[in-house]
Write a protein that binds this ligand. Sequence first.
Ligand code: ACO
Length: 361
Amino acid sequence: MPSLDDVIAAETVLSDVDGANGRLIIRGKPVEELARSATAESVAALLLEGFFDDMPKGQKLATAMGAARLRLFRRLQPHLAAIASLSPVEALRAGMALIPDGDDLDTALMLLAAPVVLTPAIIRLRRGEQPLGPDPRASQAADMLRMLSGVAATDAASRALNAYLATVCEHGLNASTFAARIAASTKAGLVSAAMAGISALKGPLHGGAPGPVLDMLDAIGQAGKAEAWLRQALGRGERLMGFGHRIYRVRDPRADALKAALRPLGIAGASGGRLALAEYVERAALDVLHKEKPGRPLETNVEFYTAVLLDALGFPSDSFTCVFVAGRMPGWIAHAREQEVGGRLIRPQSRYVGPAPQQAA
Ligand code: ACO
């Protein structure tokens, strides 16, 4: 069945995904550089530049993002208890659907705020705790972590979350971004584009993978059991989550960017044990995959160390896709605007392979 491999469906100024060499450039910057030093605010500035006439710069953008978090929380607070009965990513999608559609900067700021504010609120409600309101003066990453745990985030934790958000902010025409561009190509508006994006992202073959990565590490439990567990999973015809990629023929550069972001966290306890186990399981999985699937370019992808990083930051595994949405949102918005401004309606064709009409006797 065709799946648009090698088809160029858009021209973009946003990112260059070099699958043969394992390189990712986002608006002229290597992903490793963004992972080391970018923040949610600087990533939004980088990706959205040129797509809104009234785009604020520097501290004014950070202030506008903080104000949008507060506006969004006040608007959606009455609905939080109802949506929190859904799974976290479904609850986030339901909350996003309550933002009025539009193509303007205010809609974009509300969309950037939505996963940052709603994810901690949904997690807390599901734990039987009250959601915490945003602090508009805080940075996006520090505020998200404080709304999750109830205590001020450490600098190391905020830096690690910023590293994650920057690493996943944009990645060419992946399934969710393509879905967002298709919705934007009909002029449906930015909320519709982001809803299309989150719906495509949540599947386990795309942004739904990191939760199952953590489940895999927990099921393996200890290094000595890794190889047998991995072989049995492959024997049952299962895929090893966090490995393989449609575009990267070599290691996904984001895997190492995230592994580097884990080190300054100085994680200990359960998370430290998970990191050591993850490093062992990664080596064992690559070994088993290369032996069992020779000739297939199966390497570590972004989701493997995402699982360890988000776990160390205190996010429960069933909410990892929501944090991915927080990272990818500026990419979706930028692609949607690029499509709205310069693109045409996306409308490919299908080839009919069904029955021919019956000839009248
Ligand atoms: N584990 C085991 N086998 C795999 C894996 C894997 N993770 N990935 C691909 N394969 C195998 C397939 O079974 C198939 O083998 P076969 O021909 O012997 O049946 C072969 O490799 C090719 O598979 P395709 O589905 O054609 O490969 P594709 O390029 O479409 O897959 C995908 C890309 C969906 C990411 C796949 O590698 C996968 O399912 N990985 C696990 C899920 C995952 O980690 N997703 C996150 C990706 S990153 C992101 O989206 C942000």
